[in-house]
Design a protein around this ligand. Sequence first.
Ligand SMILES: Nc1ncnc2c1ncn2[C@@H]1O[C@H](COP(=O)(O)OP(=O)(O)OP(=O)(O)O)[C@@H](O)[C@H]1O
Length: 269
Amino acid sequence: MLEVKNLTKVYPDGTRALNNVSFTVEDGEFLVIIGLSGSGKSTLLRCINRLIDPTEGTIILDGRDVTAADSRELRFIRRKIGMIFQHFNLVDRSSVLTNVLSGRLGYLNPWRSVLHKFPGSTRKEAIQALRKVGIEDQAHKRADELSGGQRQRVGIARALMQDPGMILADEPVASLDPVLAHTILGYLEKLNRESSISVLCSLHYLDLVQRYATKVIGLKDGEIVYRGTRDDIRSMTDQQFKEIYGEEAERVSAGTLSHQDNISGEVAP
Ligand SMILES: Nc1ncnc2c1ncn2[C@@H]1O[C@H](COP(=O)(O)OP(=O)(O)OP(=O)(O)O)[C@@H](O)[C@H]1O
């Protein structure tokens, strides 16, 4: 379980990106964070694994105080938190397999990690992780030879190598077309449901929020302005969504949602 209490982040230039944000995420939840550009979504996600140090407040993950963790503890905590990025953050010139294996670096003993020497069993696991996202046949290609959707699947496989209890996904489908967006979110949902991995994800299409979220928080100028359960979200109107999200709020095309029915079948291992 994740408990975020009174979290505030003020950047050195004085920008108050988060102001007194509190919420909880139960194990196995799929929390979606919505909000306009600049509302603080990335800052919030990055505070949770301390890629950004909060100014005030506490973050407790499974009883451990992330905010008070020293560097040793933080390494341990971060091992269990996978991160997925909008622009994938792959090493383009390395192979897909090497990128996936890098998810395990936090578990290697120091000399192995310096040399990036992975045991054979770990390489097998990496292939299995790629199989879970349907691209084991791409393992030996260079990462920059893959399409955007395939690259994000590599990002998921890399996160899986951490054996995470939680995945933080910062706009994971913003660079993808709507059909691919459903494919990627379908994989995240499957991991969420079948492996009980909690997912915290920022998204900006209402359809996607309604389809995947079990809980939603809405941010505006760094403050929580909306909290919704799965039922609340499903009955949310475009107008309500626009009040939080602004006039930029939009749906992906109606046809895409029905496509999801096919995708669900496709993601089964
Ligand atoms: N390193 C930084 N220094 C100063 N201000 C920053 C820094 N990073 C972000 N901000 C500011 O903090 C606020 C929140 O930014 P953040 O990136 O968290 O928002 P966001 O909701 O993720 O936006 P987007 O959807 O555009 O990524 C914005 O006003 C942004 O300009």
